[in-house]
Design a protein around this ligand. Structure first.
Ligand code: PNS
Length: 171
């Protein structure tokens, strides 16, 4: 397995939220090389294509040194080996994240014992933020300002039309 100085931050990023951006920032302060990896095989049920998700990630992380954007298919442990990563970075928000995250971490450890999963907490402003809820809010015509980067907000508005996202600010 690779050096722990390279970490992968994997996810669906459909779409990227400010919680993800916060984790990328925190991770890039610890790992000199951080590969943000977008999972490919969920495209059918996704709102954004992998290409769109990668484009948004590129835009948002352009000024962050050591951050790379990639896509992957199949098992994460195989991708980690391919890029020479020694660590997997995952964000933990509420207690409800733990079970799913621990299952994944244990399974990944079984397959790749030297690959270490590292959990980090996002800033408290993002503790209850998720891509799924952001999509629901935007689809329902409410603003998602402060939940996603402006580049993502603009794309959500484009997807859901004029009545969506920040176009219909209600009290
Ligand atoms: O953002 P998400 O949807 O919580 O990310 C989940 C992700 C992409 C990390 C997970 O689904 C994954 O690693 N998929 C790749 C397939 C794999 O390796 N499965 C075994 C994990 S135990």
């Amino acid at each position: 397995m690779g050096t722990p100085l390279t970490a992968i931050y994997p996810g669906s990023f459909d779409p990227l939220t400010l919680g993800h951006v916060d984790l990328i920032r925190r991770g890039s302060r610890i790992f000199p090389r951080l590969v943000v990896a977008v999972l490919r095989n969920r495209e059918k049920s996704a709102l954004f294509t992998v290409a769109e998700r990668m484009e948004m990630l590129h835009e948002v992380t352009a000024q962050m040194p050591g951050v790379e954007i990639a896509e992957f298919e199949g098992l994460l442990v195989d991708f980690a080996e391919k890029v020479g990563a020694g660590a997997l970075l995952r964000g933990i928000r509420a207690i409800s994240d733990y079970e799913y995250e621990f299952q994944m971490a244990w399974m990944n450890r079984r397959m790749a014992p030297a690959l270490e999963t590292v959990f980090m907490m996002p800033g408290e402003d993002y503790a209850y933020l998720s891509s799924r809820l952001v999509k629901e809010v935007a689809a329902g015509g409410r603003a998602v300002t402060g939940m996603v980067p402006p580049a993502v907000e603009a794309r959500l508005r484009a997807k859901f039309g004029e009545t969506a996202a920040s176009a219909r600010q209600r009290p």
